[in-house]
Design a protein around this ligand. Structure first.
Ligand code: NAD
Length: 471
């Protein structure tokens, strides 16, 4: 991506400043303005559905159902905000005890201001526009930066979104690392970043210059425990569902499986069976699997890992450089120091690490950074409870994969190296708001009299004051 000339960059800066001016004008404070933008957002989704699908397909070659999922996620987010946004703008009353019985105490949500939203390429619309729904609902203006790696999708957002939303309030930028670095020098009221941990740290450092708060939606190595007594056909079906969506290029895909050797020996045949049910004619010609890695660089990284692993490929393992295609691939005999376990895979490769027992599995999970998601297939409630309480992860799904991010009532975000902050549903509104604590003091003076000089040295006065504070 060509670097901007000084004149071009000055024009871009002017667009950023214009968005700040729109916020400062106060227009975003009314629900009516926000509602109009949200309704326009719905129009964008409905009128441009096919163009959105075409753009994602060009970038990632996804099957139709998977295109629909990305589109529906955005549509649900807008509908949720249209339905609930106005009531979330209301002050939240709180009590302050006896001492404040004549006062009114509340938390007033105010929009943070002008925010920068940076998206990742794997869900090129949703990861950029879903946070934008939160920003609009909360009354912010936003600088929207989709990932330049998803070329068709980012171009479509750049060309078409401003025809629907207020283009001054929500300018779109398509920039590579150089432009993104320049954008990060500017001051925003929040940076909402989705991407890898490495770039997340760069963003966090840049934000620190201006003390800008950040939401970092990052990735990680998501573990998946399969317990000895579990129905392995069901586990295989649900694990593969989460692994092959978007050809494994999804931040919440199960990154590696953990199970005992005896479970592995029974699980691998079930995985193979499910693969042939999913793709009876093989994944290469199936219209239910794309296998297209987003760029040659990403394709080469994954093929390189397959070439270097000391594990045993027991299913798949084929690839095609011309189309950047990688088959869903299962690798057994993978140890924690194998190259496949060095970082998040972000592709259709599924390593299986065998362990002695559940405790051994937990200690292996604990040896890595905190993941974005963690999965556990078990019937035994004790095992499930231990997984929930002993594995720290952004979110979790028990006896399935991926699905925990769909309800708007469950905030989505990471912990530790997998991220900071969360969104979806109400959490999206909260993320883009500052909850200002307000005390509106009533006129009666009798409770306040004792706090000011001249103080009484009478211990009775102090103990009455102490009593009041405790109520
Ligand atoms: P990335 O970190 O390479 O890029 C993300 C964004 O950062 C893009 O907008 C990109 O233009 C920008 N960027 C790239 N280089 C930069 C630089 N030097 N300075 C400033 N900005 C720069 O991530 P990606 O490859 O697009 O996405 C894959 C990663 O994102 C995976 O690690 C995945 O787990 C993670 N991810 C997380 C979520 C989530 O919701 N938590 C969702 C999707 C992807």
């Amino acid at each position: 991506m060509a670097a901007s000339t000084d004149a071009e960059w000055a024009a871009k800066l002017a667009r950023i400043n214009k968005s700040k001016d729109v916020f400062k004008s106060g227009v975003t404070r009314s629900w009516e303005w926000r509602e109009t933008q949200l309704k326009q957002f719905l129009k964008f989704l409905d009128n441009e559905k096919q163009a959105i699908f075409d753009a994602i397909k060009a970038d990632l070659g996804r099957p139709h159902l998977e295109l629909t999922i990305e589109w529906m996620n955005m549509k649900n987010a807008v509908n949720f905000m249209l339905k609930n946004g106005k009531s979330m703008m209301k002050d939240e009353k709180v009590s302050g005890g006896m001492m404040n019985m004549t006062n009114s105490l509340y938390r007033h949500p105010e929009p943070l201001g002008t925010v920068l939203i940076m998206g990742a390429w794997n869900y090129p619309f949703d990861l950029c526009l879903n946070p934008l729904v939160g920003a609009i609902g909360a009354g912010c203006t936003a600088i929207v930066k989709p990932s330049e790696v998803a070329k068709s999708s980012s171009k479509m957002i750049y060309d078409v979104l401003p025809k629907y939303l207020d283009p001054d309030a929500f300018p779109v930028f398509v920039e590579g690392p150089e432009g993104a670095t320049k954008m990060l020098k500017e001051r925003y009221d929040l940076i909402f970043f989705t991407g890898g941990t490495k770039i997340g740290k760069i963003v966090y450092k840049a934000a620190a210059e201006h003390l800008t708060p950040c939401v970092l939606e990052l990735g990680g190595q998501n573990p998946c425990w399969v317990d000895d007594g579990y129905d392995l056909n069901l586990a295989a079906k649900r694990i593969l569902f989460g692994k092959v969506i978007n050809s494994g290029q999804i931040c919440i895909a199960p990154n590696y499986l953990l199970c005992t050797k005896s479970t592995r020996d029974r699980l691998v045949p079930e995985l193979k069976k499910i693969f042939s049910e999913f793709y009876p004619e093989g994944p290469k010609i199936s219209d239910c699997y794309s296998g297209k890695m987003v760029t040659e660089r990403h394709y080469k990284r994954l093929v390189g890992l397959l070439g270097k692993t000391k594990g045993k490929v027991v299913h798949g393992g084929n690839f095609d450089e011309k189309t950047c295609f990688i088959e869903p691939t299962v690798v057994t005999d993978v140890t924690m120091d194998d190259i496949l376990m060095e970082e998040e895979l972000f592709g259709p490769i599924l390593p299986i690490v065998t362990v002695d027992n559940f405790d051994d599995a937990l200690s292996k999970v604990h040896s890595l950074e905190k993941p974005l998601a963690a999965y556990c297939f078990a019937h035994d409630k004790k095992i499930i409870n231990r997984w929930v309480s002993e594995v720290s992860s952004g979110g979790m799904c028990i006896n399935d994969t991926i699905m925990h991010i769909s309800p708007e009532t469950l905030p989505f975000g990471g912990v530790g190296e997998s991220g900071i902050g969360a969104y979806h549903g109400k959490a999206s509104f909260h993320t883009f708001s500052h909850y200002k604590s307000v005390m509106d003091v009533g006129t009666p003076q009798f409770l306040l009299k004792r706090r000011s000089a001249p103080y009484s040295n009478d211990p009775a006065n102090s103990s009455q004051f102490e009593w009041l504070l405790k109520q």
